[in-house]
Design a protein around this ligand. Structure first.
Ligand code: NAD
Length: 336
């Protein structure tokens, strides 16, 4: 790169954002990260990191100053448990973040803008069967997302389309399908299925109980994409000339029970699965990658097993450290 392009990553303290910052630095960009918080699990690789609340217009103006490109990842989000219990909060916060970030990008003369949407925008009635037909980009309409999270993502996709048509900003829109990997939220209620499953299995292993709880009958299906493929896909889309929404995920569908079995195998334990009531989201979901292959000449290639090996190892370590800290706290308390 002759002159270092200056880019902004919003949500840079979060899971995908913190990995994307590292990837963009390796590619030679100057990177500003913005978030409500610093990355929890490692130092940021960003050249500059600002703590800002992007629901606020003045913060968005500050965040987008002096950069040429924006990767917009900031969002109030979590796994199914969180998304299905916080509709109003999610709709309010994410609408403000996306309206203000894009308008501020326009004000500051940003040339390229990548928006991170979700497979949650797809109509619920196309996802009622575990053996679901993979979702093509054009299946989004007529719209009927399951949650407010998906409705907001859909509106922000439309916003990007109009800012491109009306103001000439080169917008890109990516629809993620279940991204997983190390250094993501793994406890506390916002974690997503692969991280939650790794945590439960690590706890089951370390306690010797070898039993975990699974929400529903575990026959609901999903596809899962490893973080390294995700950041590469984001980058390839940003550099492409394709401006319509594009799926980014794996197209290998597994049941949640199968996901648990793969992780248990990695952990080296025989697992007893206890099925309980809980939020499950849609019954089945898979990505149709036809357009992804056509447009980028590429698709995610890291297998679920390979991605989970690294993810599980990292989460088991977190669970072990957490347990040691609890014991240490108890010992200190008893000594006082
Ligand atoms: P994440 O929760 O780890 O990261 C989002 C970050 O946004 C967090 O660090 C959070 O602090 C920050 N944020 C929230 N409100 C903010 C505010 N008001 N101002 C500034 N920062 C704020 O989530 P992630 O998994 O890294 O997701 C990144 C993007 O990808 C999000 O837009 C998400 O909706 C989308 N997405 C993710 C997945 C997935 O599987 N992880 C799937 C579909 C879509």
């Amino acid at each position: 790169m002759d002159k270092q392009t200056r880019v902004l990553v919003t949500g840079a303290g979060g899971f995908i954002g913190s990995h994307l910052v590292t990837y963009l630095k390796e590619k030679g960009f100057w990177v500003r990260g913005v978030d409500l918080k610093y990355p929890e699990f490692s130092e940021t690789d960003a050249d500059e990191f600002e703590i800002l609340d992007l629901r606020r217009w003045d913060s968005c103006l500050q965040a987008t100053r002096g950069v040429e490109e924006v990767y917009a990842l900031a969002a109030d989000m979590g796994g199914m448990g969180f998304i299905s219990a916080h509709h109003a909060q999610i709709l309010y916060n994410n609408s403000l973040i996306n309206l203000h970030t894009l308008e501020a990008a326009k004000t500051n003369g940003i040339k390229r803008y990548l928006y991170t949407s979700s497979a949650c925008i797809y109509p619920e009635h196309l996802q009622e069967d575990a053996n679901v037909k993979p979702l093509r980009e054009e299946d989004a309409y007529p719209a009927q997302p399951q949650d407010a999270y998906g409705w907001e993502k859909l509106v922000s996709e439309i916003l990007c389309m109009h800012y491109r048509n009306d103001y000439g900003i080169e917008t890109r829109t990516v629809r993620f399908h279940n991204i997983f990997g190390e250094k993501g939220t793994w406890e506390g209620g916002r974690e997503k299925a692969p991280a939650a499953m790794c945590r439960k299995i690590a706890e089951a292993k370390l306690s010797g109980k070898n039993e975990i709880e699974i929400w529903g009958d575990g026959e609901q299906t999903r596809s899962f994409c490893y973080i390294d493929d995700c950041v590469e896909g984001i980058y390839r889309l940003m550099r492409s000339d394709f401006h319509e929404p594009l799926n980014l995920g794996q197209d290998r569908m597994v049941t949640i029970n199968q996901l648990a079995d793969i992780i248990a195998d990695i952990a080296g334990i025989t697992l007893n699965k206890k099925h309980i009531d809980g939020p499950q989201g849609v019954r089945g979901r898979n990505s149709d990658n036809t357009k992804l292959r056509e447009v980028l000449g590429w698709e995610p290639r890291i297998s679920l097993e390979d991605g989970l090996k690294d993810t599980y190892a990292w989460i088991e370590e977190q669970v072990r450290l957490n347990a040691e800290n609890q014991i240490q706290k108890k010992t200190n308390f008893q000594a006082v």
